[in-house]
Structure formats: structure tokens, C-alpha cells
Design a protein around this ligand. Sequence first.
Ligand code: UD1
Length: 371
Amino acid sequence: MKKNLKLLVVAGARPNFMKIAPLLWCIRAHNNSTVNGEVKIDCKLVHTGQHYDAQMSQVFFDELGIPAPDFNLEVGSGSHAAQTAEIMKRFEPVCAAEKPDWLVVVGDVNSTMACTLVASKMGTRVAHVEAGLRSFDRTMPEEINRIVTDSLADLLLTPSEDAGVNLHREGVADSKIRCVGNVMIDSLMANLNKIDSSSILKKFGLEDGKFIYVTLHRPSNVDEAASLGTIVKELTAIAGHWPVVFPVHPRTRKRMEDFGLLPKENSGMKLLGPVGYQESLALTRHARCVLTDSGGLQEESTYFRTPCLTLRPNTERPVTITIGSNQLTDVTRLRADLEKVLKGGEKIGNIPPLWDGKSAGRIVQSLIDSN
Ligand code: UD1
């Protein structure tokens, strides 16, 4: 008889929660349907506390039905080194005591890399969900996290074929790679009914297809006064004739305040605090266009076939461009690119293969098969 499978699943920051939720649902369903002699999964959840505000964390637990974490490391914010070190220090005793068969990490945030480092050095196998994505831009902290995590991981679960190609190029053995599709789309599809009943459009006086949904938080866009100033200027110009709704990430709000760049009340821009998961999906689905630097929103807009302009020189998610509704832009052509979309010159695209709501099932099966 095969022994039960013991997993430690890690989440730390906002974009992690919609990636772990389908895994936890799937593990629960698996355990409920196993009969005598089949492998059961013992799964514990670690929240590193990298994100801690209710609107950056708890709201996702509530909306996605994620159980309270078994361990909350409460690391909070800090420089990259301080935050990574703190996660490692606090995660090490948890990993040592639990001795899981697999550590499961998702995405590319500091928590992903920090826990991977700890587990690998203890001889614990690591499964990385969303492996193989590359922007080829090492000025992005996430790119460093992706490279380190993938080079240490024992099972690399990729969202799309291009990710496998990247891993092969880096010399990762084919036997370690499984193309499982995009697990975030599992969460999205499970929430389709709920976003139809979301009241966010009404709450902010927005009409279906008649607003631009903006999210920006990348250090490269918001950490320097010059680039953030130009972005705010361009958005204010657009907001003069098209409704712009902009839920502001805490990093971005802090920079706007520090640089004296908070748009004025009468600028036409609707500045909100961070919105919850279903509200963000509703805004993405019903926007005329999304303007973002978030990885997740590039994928969600592709699913909804909402035109997306990504304010970055590159993306680690090229299928959102080659197949989906995404295109890159920069501040010098942002206004022209937006005007083109608003006039009907949009790119609609298709949904990439294996973005079908069944990725968590493939991930769980891969873990059982690799045990
Ligand atoms: C992190 C991830 C990034 C992800 C983003 C999603 C890394 C390197 N970066 O960036 O990949 O796209 O999350 O949001 O892991 N803060 C709060 N409340 C919170 C969390 C943060 O106010 O709950 C503020 C703090 O001032 C903090 C700043 O936001 O210093 C940045 O937070 P941090 O987690 O360091 O990076 P993010 O920009 O959120």
C-alpha cells in the first residue's frame, strides 16, 4: 500500500492566493473521494505574512474559501534581503518539524524563493507551480526569484509550452517538467457566477465596456518620481475624456504621496484602495481596456478577451501576447496605444491551451505520481 502524501503549501503575497486556492479545493475533493488503500493527502498551509493588510490578504482567504493557515510567519515588509532572510529564519523550524514529502510553492514572489531555499537545503523536495516563466530581465526581482526557484525545484509545473522551452534551454531534465496549465484560471472559472453579481460597477458609476481599468505597482514604474510622474500625467489626460478606475497598490500610494503625485479629486480618475478578487475580475471582464504591469491581470484579461496594454518592456507571459489580448506599451506611446484601443483597434485573441479550469487536478496527480 502506498503511504499518504504529506504536503506543505506556501503562500505569502496577493498573487499567490488565487494559485493555492484551487489546489486546496482539489486536495479536499481528492481526500473525500478516496477509498481504502488509495493515497490520501495531508496538506498544511504556511502563510509567510509577506502581505498582511486585510485587502491584500484576508479578503482572498474569504472570497476563495481558503482555510486559516496552519502557520503564519508574520514576516511583514522589508528590503529584499531582510524580508527573504526573515522568511527563511521563520520557515526553517516549520519545515524541520513537519518533514513534508513535498514543499509546494507558487509564483515568483520573495516567499516562493525563500521557502524553496530552506527546503532544498534540508533535502525536502520542492514542487514549483508556475515554473519556467522568464522575462529575461534581471532588473525585475521576480526574475531572480524564478531562476533560483526553478534551478532548485524537483518538480516544475508549467502553465504553458513556452515555459517548458525555457527550462529545457536551462538544462532542466524533461523528467522533472509537467505542463499542467494555468492554475489561476481554475480560480477565475470557479468565480464566474460571483463576478456576474458583483456590484462594483454600480458602486463606482461605471458602465459596461466604457472605462479603463488601471493597476500599477512594479518598482520600475512607480519607484522613481520621473516615471511615476509621467504615468500620472498621461492617465490624467486620458481621464479627461474616458473614465479611468485605478485601485492603488500600497507601494504605489506611498510613492504618490512621497513624490506629491496623488491625482487631484477632480482629475476624473477614480482612485480606490486595493480591491478584492471578485471585484478585480469584474473590472477586468467589463473594462474597455486594462492597463497594467501585473502578471496576473495580463492572464485574466486574456481569458476575458479584454484588450490589455502592459506598461513594461517585456513580459514573462508571452502567450498573453502571441495568443491572448495583451500587448506591450511604454509611456511614450501609452496615450496613442490607448486611443487606438478606445477607437476599436483592439486585440481580442484566444485562450491558451490548458487554461481550462483543470490545472489543479493535473498538479495533484503529478504530485501523487512523483511520490
Ligand atoms: C510583491 C511581489 C510582486 C507582486 C506583488 C503583488 C516580490 C519581490 N514582489 O510586490 O512580485 O507582483 O507583491 O502585490 O515578492 N505593503 C502594505 N501592505 C501589505 C503589503 C505591503 O502596505 O499588506 C506595502 C509596504 O509598504 C511594502 C510595500 O507595500 O514595503 C511593498 O510590499 P512588498 O511585498 O515588498 O512588495 P510588492 O510591491 O507588494
